[in-house]
Design a protein around this ligand. Structure first.
Ligand SMILES: Cc1cc2nc3c(=O)[nH]c(=O)nc-3n(C[C@H](O)[C@H](O)[C@H](O)COP(=O)(O)O)c2cc1C
Length: 395
């Protein structure tokens, strides 16, 4: 996926430096050429040797050390980079870049690059909330630097709060989203639904479906990377929360309906990628249903959220998904007309290596006057293609 891409990773002196080892390893597995620059402080936490072994490239720490080649190294890496990730990014490094200080190899190379720069801050919650750190972050965002928001949770210093480096998988997904996507949705509000709803039968059982939620989560990542203000309404999944996205967790089709219409009016773009149950039990048994009693299920229709959105939408752009196992295009086109949707993303769920639970998808993006086939690609790449089509209609 990242063949021919060069990613430079800056590692600074935070306790989360060990997580960057996994970030480097994952980016290598995706095919990227990875170079690591460490600060002196970072080398107190993790050995350059470990990064060298994982990246298969020399690690640079000392700006004045004998160079590995005739290139001026900070300039050569600054030019080579398709994207520059600093993870973890200390308060110190953020402060230096925000104020134009270039006094070591990492801060100098960050300053010299024209590539997109992404900071993944990680620090103690009080440090993160310090108004000087926050002002530096705002200043850098205004200058076009991108950020992966830290997670809330248990911090190595023994406190709880916002400041944790997200899991390496999430740092990689956000970095790749920033790499793939232009920043063309700034100021737009995007609502995305994801996952499969669960309709309760009794206190322990439910009717569900096999949607993993991956497609919706990748759409949320790409929308965020393109600069949108993203709300993700998610039915249960096992996925990491996309960084910087507002997430609302629901279980049932009714809860999904209530939350979508709570946020619907203020959105510029709504994408219904969730697999919402069409039917729900007429009543939920108070106690666990005993097998000796036999079981007949009486079901009733849930609200068709997509159709209702189509009927009530104004200028808003509405995107639906059609998971079909036969007559893919025909069924999707019918859905497009019936529900007054701007785009239908049709995917063939009968294919074994794409669709539900897979990391890959193969779709056709259908609008009233066009039909674009997207060849098999990762769900993140497919999400990016979907937003490229959407973005064309916004200009
Ligand atoms: C054990 C330990 C853990 C630290 N963790 C962090 C951290 O998570 N985030 C941070 O901003 N600074 C942290 N620091 C402070 C930085 O190491 C210090 O500010 C240093 O000057 C950063 O240098 P650098 O930005 O050049 O890497 C920690 C220091 C120690 C001793």
């Amino acid at each position: 996926m990242l063949k021919d891409k060069t990613i430079v990773i800056g590692v600074t002196g935070g306790i989360a430096a060990y997580k960057s080892l996994e970030v480097v390893s994952r980016l290598k597995k995706l095919g990227a050429n990875v170079h690591v620059i460490m600060t002196e402080a970072a080398t107190k936490f993790v050995q350059p040797l470990t990064f060298r072994s994982l990246s298969h490239n020399p690690v640079i720490v000392d700006m004045f050390a004998e160079p590995q080649s005739w290139d001026v190294e900070h300039i050569s890496l600054a030019e080579k980079a398709d994207i520059f990730l600093v993870a973890p990014a200390t308060a110190n490094l953020i402060g230096k870049v925000a104020n134009g200080i270039a006094d070591d190899m990492l801060s100098t190379t960050v300053m010299a690059t024209k590539a997109k720069v992404v900071f993944s801050p990680a620090m103690n919650v009080n440090m993160y909330q310090n108004s000087i750190v926050q002002k530096n972050i705002i200043k850098l965002k205004e200058e076009g630097y991108r950020f992966i928001e830290p997670d809330k949770g248990y911090l190595a210093c023994g406190t709880e709060g916002k400041g944790r480096l997200p899991e390496p998988e999430e740092v990689v997904a956000s970095t790749v989203s920033y790499l793939l996507s232009p920043c063309d949705l700034i100021g737009k509000k995007v609502l995305i639904t994801a996952g499969g709803t669960q309709e309760d039968l009794d206190p322990v059982r439910y009717l569900g479906n096999r949607s993993s939620g991956k497609m919706g989560y990748e759409l949320a990542r790409i929308a965020k990377a393109r600069g949108a203000n993203v709300t993700l309404i998610s039915a249960p999944t096992h996925l990491n929360k996309p960084s910087g996205v507002k997430i609302i967790k629901v279980r049932t089709a009714e809860e999904m309906y209530q939350q979508v219409f709570r946020y619907q009016a203020e959105q510029d773009i709504i994408i219904m990628a969730a697999a919402v149950a069409d039917y729900t039990p007429q009543s939920i048994a108070e106690n666990k249903i005993k097998k000796s009693n036999g079981l007949t299920l009486e079901l009733e229709r849930t609200t068709d959220i997509l159709e209702k959105l189509g009927n009530e939408k104004g200028e808003q752009l509405l995107v639906g998904f059609a998971a079909e196992s036969n007559n893919l295009i025909e069924n999707a086109q019918q859905k497009l007309k019936k529900k007054k949707i701007d785009f239908i993303v049709a995917n063939d769920i009968s294919a074994r290596d794409t669709g539900f639970a897979s990391d890959f998808n193969k779709v056709v993006i259908i609008s009233t006057d066009d039909q674009i086939e997207v060849a098999k690609a990762t769900k993140l790449e497919v999400a990016d293609r979907i937003f490229s089509e959407i973005a064309k209609t916004l200009v």
